[in-house]
Design a protein around this ligand. Sequence first.
Ligand code: ZN
Length: 296
Amino acid sequence: MDTGTRPRLPFLDGARRGTARAVATAALVAMTCGASTLVAPSQAARAAPPAGAALNTASGAALDTAAAGALGAAAFAAPGDAAGTAHPRPRPRVDCRHVKCVALTFDDGPGPYTDTLLAYLAAYRARATFFVVGGNVVTYPRVLRRTVAAGHEIGNHTWSHPDLRRLSPAGVRSQLVRTDRVIQAATGVVPRLVRPPYGAFNRTVRRQTARPLVLWSVDTLDWRYRNSATVARRALRWVRPGSVILFHDIHPTTVRAIPRVLRNLAKRGYRFVTVSELFGGHPPRVVFSATPPELP
Ligand SMILES: [Zn+2]
């Protein structure tokens, strides 16, 4: 579902009233998290001795070649028949208190370009977070299974991408529950994060789920700029340690921008983590960023 023609304007109307408080909460929780453990239980459970390969260290040119080579279908053999058989590749824990972390997030998929994106991310051993639309999960369940198998985090981005503020409480819950069900059926995973479409939420929406509502601190506006260089440039210009960057993997121009983003940020010392990892497994109630938001 290509939703790119709709304007994506975060922090509208009802959301705006809660923004200042939410930002303060996010910043406070980020500081609070700094004093507590930063290893998620799930991450700790799968943590293994470092695989011996440092993260993000290979040269960009080599990795681009590797990523291109990995695009063959064979690289994406499904990890297993049953949803519960996925085994993400172990990697060293990332402590975002002490290293520069960034959470790349991809909305509105899965779609026909998601597998290509997975190859790019794998070339850098980068983890990302995918906020998927239930209707697309039904169309591309195996793509989502491969996404989970590669160690990425899945978030709920509703069934049909409505502005949740216009729905009844029951309507909001239905959007989330239906999507949870198809994600679980495809992968065995129930998402722990929710991203409201357009970043639009209000108190009513917020009350329909106890899960963190994840927004972003850097908007690439990739639905508007269907140009890979522009998308990459916007991400690289506004990124800060702790940023949550918004992309949409339904646009091929966005996916083609990702090798440049990965190469540049890896050189600058960034680690690519999931949203949950960014907060040590405990994201705040509303997430913009682990640092005060950057609003381009
Ligand atoms: Zn969306």
